[in-house]
Structures are given as structure tokens and as C-alpha cells.
Design a protein around this ligand. Sequence first.
Ligand code: G4F
Length: 342
Amino acid sequence: MTNNKKIAMVSGVTGQDGGYLAKFLLQKNYRVLGLYRRGATDTFSKLREHGILEQIELLDFDLLEFSNICRLLKNHQPDEFYNLAAQSFVAASWEEPIYTAQADGIGALYILEAIREFSPKTKFYQASTSEMFGKVQEIPQTETTPFYPRSPYGVSKLMAHWMCINYSESFNIFACSGILFNHESPMRGKEFVTRKITCHLADLFTGKTTEPLELGNLNAKRDWGFAGDYVEMMWKMLQHSEPDTYVVATGKTHSIREFVEEAGRHCGYDLHWEGSDENEKGIDKKTGKVIVKVNPKFYRPAEVEILIGSPEKAKRVLGWEPKTDFKTLCQMMILADIERAK
Ligand code: G4F
């Protein structure tokens, strides 16, 4: 019975996390209202690939349009609102700092205000990020680690994170913040480093290109998990008795270099590294071919050198654990891109 179904609103439904979360919620028998920004490129391809496009009710949404957000909350009174919409590419946030602050900081505040005014029973999930830890103050990072964001993106997300806590304490709104560490999948956008790597290696492997893969900082380390595992935590947070903040991570960290090596293995490459800094190259031992080279164009004005999160609270309080390890994730992504390249 449609009427008895819980209603979930998912902003950013056309993105990587939006697709996995919408699929998860449909399996839980929710009515999913998918909010998307008209004119976004590549709009519905991920939802189509998940096979759920027809099951989602799509609604126009813009993080910068307060009147639109108010109307949506007023008209639909959702049980749950998952705010996954954002300018999510860290590197772009130095080029578009003001837009990033408006979308990622003020946008979340608009939703909280609309909830406060028109739909106070709506439970709210905010997609916070390990980028808020930036220049990390302790290892591993937990819910109590002090923040030190290193990009306009990280600073903007930190504003939204604190607004969540503030609205929860001030107005009794059920607002949770999930501090998600990097999470990837075959649906990841190609601007992010993991998918950039697997797409390019798949093109090399299938002969679609002969050009080496160009990357920036190979030494940065990330705690990479699988997006499909992480969306379950978003939902679990909103089912708990109290709103709270949770780190969502695997507790393991790997460098960009290691990701390239691991994905490369599935293409038959055995990489060794020559040179240093911008002269470094990843060369296939068998053929002598240059597979990877560094291009300083991809360096960032301020780098987050290492991220590693502790999922201890997520396990202790909500019984959640990541299921997919680093090697399985690399394999899943490279095999999917080889298939697509063929
Ligand atoms: O894949 P990335 O672009 O992800 P980043 O910056 O860590 O951000 C992602 O994770 C955050 C959670 O921590 C999210 F909040 C955020 O929305 C996004 O999903 O870059 C990862 C690392 C960086 O250190 C970067 O400098 O890879 C390094 N890198 C090296 N070469 C590169 C490249 N990154 C990209 N995108 N492209 C390169 O060529």
C-alpha cells in the first residue's frame, strides 16, 4: 500500500551515493522522492544502470533556491531527508569557493530551516566528510578528533556539520551527520582519482588509448571504502533513538600509488617506479612501457596527506561494519571499466 510507505527524500539522487541509497531504500519499501538539479550533466545514467529509474519519483531541486526547498518540505512532509547534494569535487572548490560555500554550507542550512519551519518531524541526514579533518590532528580520526579543513570544500562542509548539531540542540530536530571517508564504486564520477585510474587503465588495456595516465600527488593516502556499504550507515543513523555524529570508514589507508598498482595488476601490469616528484613514472616491468606519469597540474594548493578513520563507534552503537576491502574494491572497479571499455 503506497500510503503506508515511509517517504524518503534524497537530494543528489543522480550521483554515486544517491543511486546506491535510493536502491537500498526501495528494497526497504520506502517511497523514494529523488531530488535532482535540472541541467546537471549525465543526469539519469546511474539510476538507469541500477535499474531503478522508473521506481523513483523525480523532483526538481536546487540547493541554492530556498523557496523550492521550502515548497518540497511543505508539500511532501518526508519522514527522512538525506542531503547528498553538493559540489563534491575538492579540487574544484579552489576555483569555485563561493559557489561551494553556498551549495555545501548554506544549502544544508536552507534544508534545516525548511525542516524547522514546515516539516519538523522530518529526520535529516547530512553528508559530512573526512575532508573536515584535513591536516589531521590525530590518527586514526574519530568523532572527537579536532577538525582542520584544508580546502574551501572542507570548510563549507564543516559549516553544514555544525549547523546540523546546532539545529538538533536548538530546535530538537533529528539531524545526523555522517563523516564519510572516501567511498568509491563503479558508479564513481570520473573526476575522482580512483575512477580516473580505472577508466584510463581499462582504456590502455583494451587498446582505446596508448597515452600514459597522468596523475598528481601519488603519495596521498586515503581510507577507501565501498559506497554500497556506506549508504546502509546513512539509513541506520536515522533509525537510531538519538541523532548523532558517526565516522564511516574502513580503518585502513592506502596511497594513490598503491591503488594504481592494485588496479594495474588486473590489466597484467607489474609496475615499478622511477624518478621522483614531477619526474616520477610508473613503468610496466614486462614491456618497459610508461603506464603512469606525474603531471603537476593535478597537484592541489593544499593537500590532505593522509586520512584514516575509526569505524569503532559505528560498530559499537549501530552494529555496522564495512564489508568490502581495498583489494575487492579495486577489482570491482577495474573489471567494471574493462567491461565498459570493451
Ligand atoms: O579522489 P579525490 O579527488 O578525492 P578527495 O579529494 O579525497 O575527496 C573525495 O573524498 C572526500 C571524503 O574524504 C569527499 F568528501 C569528497 O567529496 C570526495 O568524494 O582525490 C584523492 C587524492 C587527493 O589527495 C588528490 O590530490 O588523490 C590525489 N590525486 C592525485 N592525482 C588526484 C589525482 N585526485 C584527482 N581527482 N585527480 C588526480 O589526477
